[in-house]
Design a protein around this ligand. Structure first.
Ligand SMILES: *Cc1c(COP(=O)(O)O)cnc(C)c1O
Length: 340
């Protein structure tokens, strides 16, 4: 298999695509699984990081999007549409551009990270800022896609789940099938649903440990949250589309869905960057924050899904990072700053 093959070509036997079907790919998937030495020490377990930020548009959404957009082309759709906290928009825009389809993305007004907005615009999508939160945006695009020949590529789209489950196959391959628990941030709950589906299909059953931000934790509280709030914009969702499936994944795997606070998320975010060399976005750090807070629960081998790249949200990073050091153009001055 070519190094550049995407998830459909790599896993066609386990995906709903025939050999003659059109494939819209940017070479997604096959992301690194990296041992996290410092975090392993802190947790007392072998902890691996699945670097999903290394997908073509910088998040795991590309795994599902190659499937959703390929299926849309197969069905003769003329446009794809999604409501998005950002990464789905960036991914849909890129794959629509690759397929030659119109891409339309609806983003909650003013609440999208800078990098994601830049991506969606650069890929030529029509970007619509809705005066309302994510949940309202999703409700409206669902109604729109019901009335027009437009493919809805949100995670309610079954092909998204199919594509995203391939990450489980990769983790099992890399760990020779031995994994006790998976830590994963939960927003709309499409990804936890997908991972569990992938594990079940492959005959594995690690505990699914999902983490939501405290201010956006409907699955933890057992009811929708009208005004979800968290620094982790990718999981700022108050009424997950895949609520039932997420609860099923948790129950069937004897896992848990728990909450972490924004300060805990940001601490993990900084730790990952400064101690593991991995720059992810705040939402991704929720998985590691949860593992650090609640422990490995007896698991010996854990994988944390780092869902998106840190460059997506430079503003969040700069608020957390130390200051730049100004220096006069003289050797003495430079020496002092470098050596002291
Ligand atoms: C979409 C997304 C999530 C949440 O995934 P769900 O499938 O909505 O639960 C988490 N982190 C990042 C970076 C995302 O883009």
């Amino acid at each position: 298999m070519s190094r550049t093959a995407g998830v459909i070509e790599r896993h066609r036997d386990r995906l709903p695509f025939a050999p003659e079907d059109p494939v819209v790919t940017l070479g997604e998937g096959s992301t690194p699984l990296v041992l996290a030495e410092r975090i392993s020490e802190l947790v007392g377990a072998e902890v691996h990081l699945k670097l999903e930020g290394l997908n073509p548009t910088g998040s795991f959404k590309d795994r599902g999007m190659t499937c959703a957009v390929s299926a849309a082309v197969r069905e003769g759709a003329k446009a794809v549409i999604c409501a998005s906290t950002g990464n789905t928009a960036a991914s849909a825009a890129a794959y629509a551009a690759k397929a030659g389809l119109r891409g339309v993305v609806i983003v909650p007004d003013g609440r999208i990270a800078t990098g994601k907005l830049a991506q969606a615009l650069m890929h030529g999508a029509r970007v619509i800022a809705l005066r309302g939160n994510f949940d309202k945006a999703l409700e409206l695009v669902r109604a729109l896609a019901d009335r027009h020949p437009i493919a809805l590529v949100n995670s309610v789209n079954e092909f998204r789940v199919q594509g995203q489950k391939t990450a489980s196959f990769e983790i099992l391959d890399d760990l020779d099938g031995r994994i006790d628990a998976l830590c994963i941030p939960v927003g709309n709950a499409g990804n936890i649903t997908s991972y569990w589906k992938g594990f079940v299909e492959a005959g594995a059953a690690p505990r699914m440990l999902g983490f939501q931000a405290e201010g956006a934790a409907p699955l933890v509280h057992g009811h929708p949250i009208a005004e979800p709030e968290t620094i982790a914009s990718a999981i700022r969702i108050g009424n997950p589309a895949r609520w039932e499936e997420a609860i099923d994944a948790m129950t069937a795997s004897r896992g848990a869905i728990r909450a972490v606070s924004d300060p805990e998320i940001l601490a993990a975010y900084r730790l990952l960057a400064a101690s593991e060399g991995v720059f992810c976005e705040p939402a991704s750090a929720a998985a590691v924050a949860g593992l650090l807070k609640y422990g490995a629960d007896g698991a010996e081998r854990v994988a944390c899904v780092l869902t998106g790249h840190g460059l997506k949200d430079p503003d969040a990073a700069l608020e957390q990072a130390g200051a730049v050091l100004p220096c006069e153009p003289q050797l003495r001055a430079l020496e002092r700053l470098v050596l002291e």
